[in-house]
Design a protein around this ligand. Structure first.
Ligand code: FE2
Ligand code: FE2
Length: 199
C-alpha cells in the first residue's frame, strides 16, 4: 500500500488548517508514530491517518453538513454533536485530495473523536494519539493516559474513554452514543483478555 506523500499532505494541510490545528496535527502524528512502533502497527498508516484526521476541521458547518449528508451520515441522530461532523467528513475530504485510501485508515479518521464499538488497534491508536498528543495544554490525567497508551493500548484507550465520559458528564454535556458503545465494548474486550490469560 502506498500512502500520500508526507510533504505533499503537510503542504496541503498548511494551507487549510489554522496554525494551532496544524501544530496539533504534527503532535498527533509524533505520538501516533511512537505508538505504532511500540505496538507493532504500521508506522506509515499511523502517520497518514494522524496527518489527515483533522483535515476537515476548519471547514464551514454548511460544507460539513453537505458532505456528511451526501456520505449518508445520519444527521438527525447526530444533530446534538455538530463538533463531531469534521471527523465523519474527513475520509471524504482526504480521498478527494489524495485518491482511495485503505478502509482501516479511513475508519481511524472517522472515529477519532467518538470511538465506536469493536475498535481496531489503528482506531484506538489515532483516538488515543489525538487525546494525548505532546502539544496538548496539560490537564488532569493527561500524563497518566500518555504513559498507559504506550504500555498497553487497550487499557490506555479505556482510560481515555473513561476520562472523556467523566469530563462531559461534569460539564453536563451529552455523550455520543458511539463513545458509550466504545466504552462498553472495550471493557468487555479487556475482561475477556484477562480470562484468556488465566486459562
Ligand atoms: Fe478532531
Ligand atoms: Fe485532533
Amino acid at each position: 500500500m502506498t500512502y500520500p506523500d508526507r510533504i505533499e499532505v503537510l503542504r496541503w494541510l498548511y494551507g487549510r488548517l489554522k496554525p494551532h490545528r496544524f501544530l496539533h496535527t504534527l503532535g498527533v502524528e509524533q505520538l501516533a508514530v511512537q505508538l505504532a512502533s511500540r505496538h507493532h502497527l504500521s508506522v506509515e498508516m499511523a502517520s497518514s491517518a494522524a496527518l489527515l484526521h483533522d483535515c476537515a476541521k476548519n471547514m464551514s458547518m454548511e460544507e460539513l453538513l453537505k458532505i456528511c449528508d451526501k456520505a449518508g451520515v445520519d444527521l438527525k441522530r447526530n444533530q446534538d454533536y455538530p463538533q463531531l461532523l469534521h471527523a465523519f467528513a474527513a475520509p471524504i475530504v482526504a480521498q478527494k485530495q489524495f485518491g482511495p485510501l485503505p478502509e482501516e485508515l479511513l475508519n481511524a479518521i472517522r472515529f477519532h473523536t467518538t470511538g465506536h464499538a469493536h475498535m481496531t488497534p489503528m482506531e484506538k491508536l489515532i483516538f488515543s494519539a489525538d487525546y494525548a498528543e505532546p502539544g496538548r495544554e496539560p490537564f488532569p490525567g493527561l500524563m497518566e493516559a500518555r504513559d498507559l497508551i504506550l504500555q498497553d493500548l487497550n487499557r490506555g484507550t479505556l482510560l481515555i474513554l473513561e476520562n472523556t465520559v467523566q469530563y462531559l458528564q461534569n460539564k453536563n454535556q451529552n455523550i455520543h452514543f458511539y463513545t458509550l458503545e466504545a466504552l462498553q465494548s472495550l471493557r468487555q474486550e479487556i475482561q475477556s483478555e484477562g480470562r484468556d490469560n488465566v486459562q
